[in-house]
Each structure stands twice: as C-alpha cells, then as structure tokens.
Design a protein around this ligand. Structure first.
Ligand code: G3H
Length: 248
C-alpha cells in the first residue's frame, strides 16, 4: 500500500498571522518528523511565507489554496498571486478547483485548466478538487459530474508525479455529513479508471468533506482512499494529528 496523504486546507483561517504561526508551530512540534504519511497544509496567501518559514526543514509541505490563471511570473493582474511568487516563498503544492472557488468565483474548466498549466510550468504539485452538489448526488449524477470535471485534464499532459485528486462532495464540506465509506470506495475506483483511460494510472485520490478524528479511521481503512483533504479539523493541531495517525 502506498504512502497516504493528509493535507489541511486552512481556507480563510485563522484570523491572525500570530495564530497561523502558532498552528504551524504546533504541527511542527507534533508532526514535524512524520515520514509514513505525506503531510501538507495550505494557509491563506498572506500567511503562507511565514508558515513556510516555521515549517522549513520539516516533513510538512506548505501549499497555496489558489494560483493565478493569468501569469507564471509578474504582471498587471490585480489580486492575483503567481506560481513563481508561490514557489519563491516556499509553496510546494497548490489546491486547484476547490468547490468554493467554483461556487463563489465562477471557476470553470477553462479557468482551472489555465491554473493547472501554471502549476505544471512551476513544477508545483497539484491537488485537483472535484465533487458533486447535493442535487447532483440525489439525482444520481455523481459519476457524470466527476467525469466532466476530470475532462479538464484532457490535453494538459500533467506529469503524473505532480497530480493528486481530491474527491470532495460539496454537500459533505463543513456539514458533518459524509458519504458512506462504500460510496467513497466506489467513486474512487471510478476516478482511478477515468484517470487510467487518460494514461494517468495510479494517481492518488484523497477524500475530503467533514473528515475528523472520529471518522478518519473508517476512511483510512480503505485502500482506495489515498488520504484526506481536511478543512475544519485541520485548524486544531491535535485533531489534525489524530487524522494523520489514522492514515499512518
Ligand atoms: O478542502 C477541504 C474541504 O473543503 C473539507 O472541508 O473538512 O471542513 O468539511 P471540511
């Protein structure tokens, strides 16, 4: 069984730089030497450089929650942060296509493809998020929705070693609801088959959506679950550490 990933997506948290640094320090103290799970955290842009400094030299990777679709380097793109800027301050991966970006910022496959291209050129690892809404789930459209979202990869020639997929049902994010483990296994098998058809075999597929210290063991027990992308439960070092322990 290959090494699993546990990645914390801090979203728009915490409220202050000092709290972000304190969380990073707590992760470093508790998990800085973990080698049997690949660990990452994605602070907000304004906290990223500082958190990367705290975690420098540890096994925890720091990543970004987004990336400019427009430029690799610099330019007149107000509000954007480029791949080169991210790499310069210590980012090693980027989350692309999170449902909150899709929902609140209108990101579609065209924008997401441009962001993936920027990450590839900068050799940033990519955590590509896909997932269906509650209506789509209830209508039995999950697999078709995921296939349409994965179509973004067609023609991009993403190096397999840079790609991780996070399956995050939108209705499970921050709700305390999750699919059953059997449902997640079936979806992950479908994603793997889809990726194999794209000549991307053996890509790690994470599950995300209300993963916590209580349910992590059940997801971790499935070979098909390559790890977890964790939101709320990543904001406390002890609950994050319990999730990491489940996937170790
Ligand atoms: O990126 C993380 C996901 O949106 C999951 O968030 O663990 O708070 O449900 P959550």
């Amino acid at each position: 069984m290959s090494t699993k990933y546990v990645i914390g997506n801090w979203k728009l948290n915490p409220a202050s730089l000092s709290d972000a640094n304190a969380l990073a320090q707590a992760l470093k103290d508790g998990l800085g030497d973990v080698r049997d799970v690949k660990l990452g955290c994605a602070p907000s842009f304004v906290h990223l450089a500082s958190v990367a400094g705290v975690l420098d030299g540890t096994s925890l990777w720091v990543g970004a929650q987004d990336i400019s679709a427009k430029t690799q380097t610099t330019g007149a793109y107000t509000g954007d942060v480029s791949a080169a800027q991210l790499v310069d301050v210590g980012a090693r991966f980027v989350i692309i296509g999170h449902s909150e970006r899709r929902a609140y910022h209108g990101e579609d496959n065209a924008v997401i493809a441009d962001k993936i291209r920027q990450a590839i050129d900068a050799k940033l690892a990519i955590v590509l998020c896909i997932g269906e809404t509650k209506d789509e789930y209830q209508a039995g459209q999950t697999l078709a929705v995921l296939d349409a979202q994965l179509a973004v990869l067609d023609g991009l020639n993403v190096p397999a070693e840079l790609l991780v997929i996070a399956y995050e049902p939108v209705w499970a994010i921050g709700t305390g609801l999750t699919p059953t483990v059997d449902e997640v296994i079936a979806v992950h098998r479908h994603i793997q088959a889809n990726l194999a058809d794209k000549q991307l075999p053996n890509i790690c597929v994470l599950y995300g959506g209300s993963v916590n210290a209580d349910n992590a063991d059940a997801f971790a027990a499935a070979d098909e679950v390559g790890g977890a992308l964790v939101g709320g439960a990543s904001l406390k070092a002890d609950s994050f550490a319990q999730i990491v322990a489940a996937f170790a």
